[in-house]
Design a protein around this ligand. Sequence first.
Ligand SMILES: Cc1cc2nc3c(=O)[nH]c(=O)nc-3n(C[C@H](O)[C@H](O)[C@H](O)COP(=O)(O)OP(=O)(O)OC[C@H]3O[C@@H](n4cnc5c(N)ncnc54)[C@H](O)[C@@H]3O)c2cc1C
Length: 443
Amino acid sequence: MTLTDPKPSETVSADVMALAGELGAERAKPGWSTFSLALNDEQREIRDWAHTFAADVMRPAASEWDERETTPWPVIQEAAKIGLYGLEANVNLFIDPSGLLMPLVHEELFWGDAGIGMSLTGTGLASSAIFSNGTPEQWSQWLPRCYGTPDDVKVAAFCSSEPGAGSDVSAIRTRATYDEKTGEWVINGQKAWATNGGIADIHVVVATVDPSLGTKGQAAFVVPKSEVRGLEQGTKLKKHGLRASHTADVFFDNVRIPAENVLGGKEKLDARLAKAREPRDGQRARNASMATFEMTRHIVGAQAIGIARAAYEFALEYAKGREQFGRPIIDNQGIAFKLADMAMEIDAARLLVWRAANMSSALMRGESPNYRHGEGSMAKLKAGEVAVKVTEEAIQILGGNGYTREYPVERMHRDAKIYTIFEGTSEIQRLVISRAISGMRIR
Ligand SMILES: Cc1cc2nc3c(=O)[nH]c(=O)nc-3n(C[C@H](O)[C@H](O)[C@H](O)COP(=O)(O)OP(=O)(O)OC[C@H]3O[C@@H](n4cnc5c(N)ncnc54)[C@H](O)[C@@H]3O)c2cc1C
């Protein structure tokens, strides 16, 4: 049949029916997967459970802990009592084969409050490092100690950044030297901006063992504060946002830890260092390290989306209720279009986060995630920038009220800004993406 030779409509519909039947049979064949963004019952239930805690416990406490600028231990304990804080909670979120549970719950917690949210989730930086670099024996030795118990909750700290090594992790100067006589590692150096630094028992510390090898000469060590001498908290930082989360410098002065506290074990480290000293395939090494970082970036993105969504929802309700010139301000396109853009940007960012979450979940299926264009970085970058923009627009919509601490959107804006800075700045994310799409060493 051609376009100039139409068939009678009954013949066309018979053809269409036959084609539809063939397509139906084809789709039913194993191997085709359906595309769906619908959450299953379990995902919805756990998300709603986290939302209830965020709404009932975190929201009402948000302003108080922001002003106190200190770790909200009672809230952490309450979360631990209901099973929302702790090792088991994290394992349960992590094992979801779709990869979505972790970002779903993080979005809800940070919708509740970002400062308290960071106090509830900051331990995850250290526990993830133990999980991804440690042996199964190290998991069982250290992971429960990161979180403590509901009656005696603990937090953990991941110490990588230093005053001279933020974006450039190859500049890390903290040194781990092996003392052959005692069979101990000796750690010396200064760490900067560590979430939970000094108030944690378990500190996971990135140090250089062989400075000539750059990042390949580094390793991660578990330093339990209660069992060592020479670990001191430095200045506790007064911050712009996330003020309910503790951030501090940490000093290591001849801190001695047993040989087995290096994550992955000393034998594996020695073998890795020996391999790094050989000429090797640089591209493969770069790809492997990109995959490691990409794995968790979307979770940080989900936190940023939680903040953005909270500010958007508040601004939407405010715009419906606030009247100027005899009508609600949302009646003006100037306000309504802002809200339309805010809603759209949040959804766009969430789709990137869910895509990256799904890619990271390949690991759960025993496959290696096939990141091609820095998809984890795309998710974190977009979500962080959306959070800053949306919270700023929320202040604009609230006018003078938005600028005061009587309303929550100024706190949300202060909290959002960190998402273009930590866990890889926006510029570093663009570097990762541009290198991935071009295959070139963009600087
Ligand atoms: C609240 C908070 C919590 C934190 N928690 C932790 C933690 O728990 N553990 C931890 O180890 N660290 C933590 N950090 C540190 C954080 O990861 C670093 O601040 C971040 O990596 C940026 O490093 P920097 O501050 O040294 O900035 P710099 O690296 O000095 O960057 C300054 C500016 O230069 C830009 N820039 C740098 N290099 C390039 C480049 N090649 N191309 C283009 N632009 C570039 C950056 O994007 C940025 O805009 C935390 C920081 C804060 C503020």
